[in-house]
Design a binder for this molecule. Structure first.
Ligand SMILES: Cc1cc2nc3c(=O)[nH]c(=O)nc-3n(C[C@H](O)[C@H](O)[C@H](O)COP(=O)(O)O)c2cc1C
Length: 159
């Protein structure tokens, strides 16, 4: 049996829903990535701040800590797309934990622009991990969402 972790960041709940669906289908451990400093609820403010953080390659400090990442073989990592890439707290997560030699399966939710550079950046930041082709989903789940998740997961679990 493979040891599986799902780690995700979600600001408005869309990515959380997908993380929970993956959890139902895999029975994996689940971990919510949370920054120490909460992001603004105001959408405009958040969009501006996220752009600044991206341009500065900023790594916000994380509140929650994982005890032991070494025991996991497969790590699903979920993020909303922020400015064409992963959200800043996810950037911190993949820098902070040692994911060398692990299978990393990234997934994202977006507002219509698709994954853009999100998955390329996972591969770029994690050259020593086996980064699987990611799953990109629109922010609102539909009647195909479960099927898409299942199709994506199957070969990862049989890896
Ligand atoms: C700061 C910010 C930047 C965003 N940038 C993009 C983007 O570049 N492309 C896109 O398709 N959607 C973008 N969105 C929409 C989110 O990716 C989308 O709503 C996502 O499902 C939110 O996930 P969450 O509910 O887990 O936080 C952005 C949203 C925010 C708040």
């Amino acid at each position: 049996m493979k040891n599986i972790l799902i780690a995700y960041y979600s600001h408005s709940g869309n990515t959380k829903k997908i993380a929970e669906k993956i959890q139902e289908k895999t029975n994996a451990d689940i971990f919510r990535i949370e920054p120490v400093k909460k992001y603004p609820n105001d959408y405009r403010e958040l969009v501006n701040l996220a752009q600044k953080e991206k341009l500065a390659n900023f790594h916000p400090e994380l509140k929650s800590k994982l005890d032991d990442i070494s025991k996991y073989d497969i790590i699903f990592i979920g993020t909303p797309v922020w400015w064409y890439t992963m959200a800043s707290p996810v950037r911190t997560f993949i820098k902070e934990y040692n994911l060398e030699n692990k299978i990393v399966a990234p997934f994202c939710t977006h507002g219509g622009g698709g994954e853009a550079s999100t998955f390329e950046e996972f591969s770029k930041f994690l050259p020593k991990s086996r980064v699987i082709n990611g799953l990109s989903l629109y922010e609102t789940p539909d009647n195909k969402t479960d099927e898409k998740i299942e199709e994506w997961i199957k070969p990862i679990l049989n890896n």
